[in-house]
Design a protein around this ligand. Structure first.
Ligand SMILES: NC(=O)c1ccc[n+]([C@@H]2O[C@H](COP(=O)([O-])OP(=O)(O)OC[C@H]3O[C@@H](n4cnc5c(N)ncnc54)[C@H](OP(=O)(O)O)[C@@H]3O)[C@@H](O)[C@H]2O)c1
Length: 252
C-alpha cells in the first residue's frame, strides 16, 4: 500500500477477490491483506464453517463487502461453482487466489491411492478448475490469478512426496496458465517457506526446520499476504513468475 500525505491509497478498491481456503491461517491473512487494500473478498471454505463466519465479520469490519462460500474443490463441479457463485454474489471477479490445500505426511511405503487422490485432487486439480472458471468469470476485462505453492515444490521431502508433487505441478500450472491466458490474465505463484506448522507438529523437527532458515526464524502469514498483494497490484508485464517467501531457504 502506498501513502499520499496522511491518506492511504487503497490500490484494490473496487476490485473483487476470491481466496480459496480463506477462512483460516494463511488464507485468512491473505483475505485480510487484500481487504486492507480495499478489495471486496469472497472466501471459500470446506469444513471451517464457524471460522469462515468469523473471517467474513473481520473482513466487513475493514469496510469491504465479503462473502463465504462452501465447496469441496477436489470436485471439479464444486470448484467451478465456488468461483461462479463468488463472482455472482460480489458482482465481478478480478483476482483468484488458489490457496486451499491439504498437507499430509505420506511416508513412501505407506502412501495410499486415496492420499494421492486427495493431495493432488485438492492442491492441483482444484486449482486448475477454479482457474478455468475464473478465466471465464473475469471476462474480457481480465484479471489475475495467484497460486500458493510451497518451497516443497523445489526441495524434495521424502515423507511428503505427493504433496511436493502437487505443489511442483502448481508451479507448472502457473506457467501454463500464464501462457494460455496472456494478455488478459496474469498468473503468478507465491512459494511460502515455513510459516504456520500444522497443530501438534513435534517440537524437535520444528526447531530443526527453523534452524535451517537463513533468516533464522519462521515466516509470518502476513509475509505471504504481502507477496499476494504485490502480484495483485504489480505491472501486468509480470506473469508466469514464482516468488519464494521463505527467509532464504531456497537460496541455499
Ligand atoms: N502453513 C505454512 O507454513 C505453509 C508453508 C508453505 C506453503 N503453504 C501453503 O499455503 C497455503 C495455506 O496454508 P495453511 O497452512 O494455512 O493451510 P491449512 O491450514 O491446511 O488450510 C488449508 C485450507 O484449505 C482448505 N481446504 C482443504 N481441503 C479443501 C477442499 N477439499 N475444498 C476446499 N477447501 C479445502 C481448508 O478449508 P477448511 O478449513 O474450511 O476445511 C483450509 O482453509 C496452502 O496452499 C499451503 O500448502 C503453507
Amino acid at each position: 500500500m502506498t501513502s499520499q500525505g496522511s491518506r492511504q491509497v487503497k490500490e484494490l478498491a473496487g476490485t473483487v477477490a476470491l481466496v480459496t481456503g480463506g477462512a483460516v491461517r494463511v488464507g485468512r491473512a491473505i483475505a485480510l491483506g487484500l481487504a486492507r487494500q480495499g478489495a471486496d473478498v469472497a472466501i471459500g471454505y470446506h469444513r471451517s464453517v464457524a471460522a469462515a463466519r468469523a473471517t467474513v465479520a473481520e473482513l466487513r469490519a475493514l469496510g469491504v463487502r465479503a462473502a463465504a462460500l462452501r465447496a469441496d474443490i477436489a470436485r471439479p463441479a464444486e470448484a467451478r461453482r465456488l468461483v461462479t457463485d463468488a463472482a455472482r454474489q460480489l458482482g465481478r471477479l478480478d483476482l483468484l487466489v488458489n490457496n486451499a490445500a491439504v498437507f499430509v505426511r505420506t511416508p513412501f511405503a505407506e502412501t495410499t491411492p486415496a492420499q494421492w487422490e486427495r493431495l493432488v485432487g485438492v492442491n492441483l486439480r482444484g486449482a486448475f478448475f477454479c482457474s478455468q472458471a475464473a478465466a471465464r468469470a473475469m471476462g474480457r476485462r481480465g484479471g489475475r490469478i495467484v497460486n500458493i505453492a510451497d518451497v516443497g515444490a523445489a526441495r524434495a521431502w521424502p515423507a511428503y512426496i505427493p504433496y511436493g508433487v502437487s505443489k511442483a505441478g502448481l508451479l507448472m500450472l502457473t506457467k501454463g496458465l500464464a501462457a494460455a491466458l496472456a494478455p488478459r490474465i496474469q498468473v503468478n505463484a507465491v512459494g511460502p517457506g515455513v510459516v504456520l506448522l500444522p497443530e501438534g507438529f513435534p517440537a524437535a523437527p520444528r526447531e530443526r526446520l527453523t534452524a535451517r532458515i537463513p533468516m533464522g526464524r519462521r515466516g509470518h502469514p502476513d509475509d505471504v499476504a504481502a507477496a499476494v498483494c504485490f502480484f495483485a497490484t504489480c505491472p501486468d508485464y509480470i506473469t508466469g513468475q514464482i516468488l519464494f517467501v521463505d527467509g532464504g531457504a531456497t537460496a541455499i
